[in-house]
Write a protein that binds this ligand. Structure first.
Ligand code: GDP
Length: 296
């Protein structure tokens, strides 16, 4: 399970701290050294760790903490709050556009889980009463259009496609018009991915964005790729002004570094996490609950 290594190490550190009763500044520093090592071991970005430890230390060595009756508890609470802040503070969601449909554009590299997440998101938001239309804008892989149609069929959610010979921005525009006519209040656009970031891909995504002015541009990244996922997020954000990240494969054996670094490095919150291959395995991301899980 994600974070199990990190959780184990932090819980051990804090158990020792709780055993001490009164705390000195040195005790706190010793514990923070262990926290630092645990975070680095979980593949959290080095600079993110450095800033995190500095913030926690500043709050934790204050006399009101050290002289309180339960200093260890307070230090743990500070770490908890800072972990939640690191991952994005309050929970993020998809706000409905003032004039429907709300347009969500899904972007990401090939294999990250973009098409699956497109369908999962439709399923998730439909449960909240939205009426989604999926749009197949990955015209370069015929299998991608088919894949979206199959997933849409499984969910009984309509899929808009114009085959592979119409330019993606035109497909996206036509889809939004259709949604308006048919009363679909949510349009989720699946776009093309590549194995690596390239200029052509970015230009096409920018063209789609300029054409339909999406309310959300969500980047889908694979948590298993660790800091690469964070670098991908940084590059996409520079070109596309992302509104959020969908972090997939968090059910796998990932150390979790991406989850803890994406927001701090890119400024984009993680909005959803993929927890499996099934179409109901998408969850809204709750930083505070994730921090609870890490600290046990
Ligand atoms: P795309 O190329 O980005 O559109 O990727 P796909 O949506 O085709 O997904 C690639 C593979 O990752 C598929 O086998 C998916 O079933 C799998 N996948 C996607 N999301 C998750 C997830 O959250 N957990 C797991 N375990 N597998 C996932």
């Amino acid at each position: 399970m994600v974070f199990s290594g990190l959780a184990e190490r932090l819980q051990e550190t804090f158990k020792k701290l709780k055993g001490k009763g009164r705390l000195t500044e040195e005790d706190v520093d010793q514990a923070l050294k262990e926290v630092r090592r645990a975070l680095i071991g979980a593949d959290v970005n080095f600079k993110v760790v450095k800033d995190f430890i500095a913030r926690v230390r500043e709050r934790a060595v204050g006399s009101d903490v050290l002289q309180s009756l339960t200093p260890a508890q307070q230090v743990i609470k500070i770490v908890h709050d800072e972990l939640a802040m690191l991952m994005g503070g309050t929970q993020s969601k998809i706000e409905p556009a003032p004039a429907p449909p709300t347009v969500v554009m899904m972007v990401g590299l090939h294999g990250a889980g973009k098409t699956t997440s497109t369908a999962k998101l439709a399923n998730h938001l439909r449960r909240q009463g939205r009426r989604p239309l999926l749009v197949a804008c990955d015209i370069y892989r015929p299998a991608a259009i088919k894949q979206l149609q199959v997933l849409g069929g499984q969910l009984d959610v309509p899929v808009f496609s114009m085959g592979d010979s119409v330019a993606p921005p035109d497909i996206a525009r036509a889809a939004v018009e259709k949604a308006r006519r048919d009363g679909n209040d949510l349009v989720i656009i699946d776009t093309a991915g590549r194995l690596h970031i390239d200029d052509e891909l970015m230009t096409e995504l920018q063209n789609i964005a300029q054409t339909v002015k999406p309310n959300e541009i969500l980047l889908v990244v694979d948590a298993m790729t660790g800091q690469d996922a964070v670098n991908v997020a940084k590059t996409f954000n520079e070109r596309l002004s992302l509104t959020g990240v969908v972090l997939t494969k968090l059910d796998g054996d990932t150390r979790g570094g991406a989850a803890l670094s994406v927001k701090a490095v890119t400024g984009c919150p993680i909005k959803f996490v993929g927890m499996g291959e099934k179409l109901d395995a998408l969850e809204a991301f709750h930083p505070d609950r994730m921090a609870d899980r890490i600290l046990g």
